[in-house]
Design a binder for this molecule. Structure first.
Ligand SMILES: [Ca+2]
Length: 250
């Protein structure tokens, strides 16, 4: 009897630990500042690890060491997402808090189709997004905040560093695009930003990248994701740093 009890306790303990591990894996939130180079993950299909999580499973998410003449990276790995025309692949990190001023950056190497970088949710089969960059299947790049803002055009094979500095209280954002290949810039200041009203802050608590859906099969490599609460203080780490690097190479 005592032995049976002991085995039951052991089984309960193991089950509890597994449950805790599952829950911990499912909701691993990150607190800004957050940076990810994807260099420390194992290569391979679906081998990405927390804190990254899947919102929609599309075709695949793969930690990749891909490089090309157009993307001569020396920093190892990136995350490749593939989505079909009817089903996007969305990978995200959950933010533990929403500071009044929030900045995010990411580098994307664009395959084709419809690609999004920003805040994303899952509502049934829908994946509504907020305050995001959209690389449209039509070739247009738009910032989608409280309203849409045209930022230019893109082609398959382009590499962009995107950045949005979102000011919550004023509901505006400064948005920047840097074309890594051409060195070209586009930016718009004080464009409309979406900001959730109290207490529903959960509309901007999942930051990620999406490929595919909306009728367009799609693929994208993403690297060097940076989320910071006070953009001005770390400016040199971001687009400013890239511009300096570019200048030095030239
Ligand atoms: Ca990397």
């Amino acid at each position: 009897m005592r032995r049976t009890k002991r085995i039951c306790s052991l089984v309960t303990l193991i089950a509890s630990l597994m449950f805790i591990a599952c829950v911990a894996q499912a909701v691993t939130p990150v607190s800004p500042p957050f940076y990810d180079s994807f260099d420390n993950y194992a290569l391979g299909e679906n081998k990405h690890q927390p804190p990254w999580q899947t919102l929609f499973d599309g075709i695949s998410a793969e930690v990749s060491d891909f490089t090309s003449a157009h993307w001569p990276r020396s920093d190892g790995k990136s995350l490749e997402l593939k989505g079909s025309a009817g089903w996007a692949r969305m990978e995200y990190v959950k933010l533990a808090s929403l500071p009044d001023v929030l900045s995010y950056e990411a580098t994307v190497y664009l395959g084709g189709g419809d690609i999004h970088v920003g805040f994303m949710r899952k509502e049934g089969t829908q994946g509504p997004m907020n305050d995001f960059f959209r690389f449209r299947n039509t070739g247009l790049i738009t910032w989608e905040g409280a309203s849409g803002t045209n930022l230019g055009e893109w082609n398959p094979g382009d590499i962009y560093r995107v950045r949005a500095d979102i000011d919550g209280p004023s509901q505006t954002a400064d948005v920047y695009l840097f074309n890594v290949i051409t060195g070209g810039w586009a930016y718009k200041l004080d464009v409309a930003a979406y900001w959730p009203r109290e207490p529903a802050h959960n509309l901007l608590d999942q930051f990620g990248i999406s490929a595919g859906g909306l009728g367009a099969a799609s693929s994208v490599y993403v690297d060097d994701v940076l989320i910071i609460p006070e953009p001005a203080t770390l400016l040199l780490l971001g687009l400013g740093g890239l511009a300096l690097l570019r200048r030095r190479r030239n």
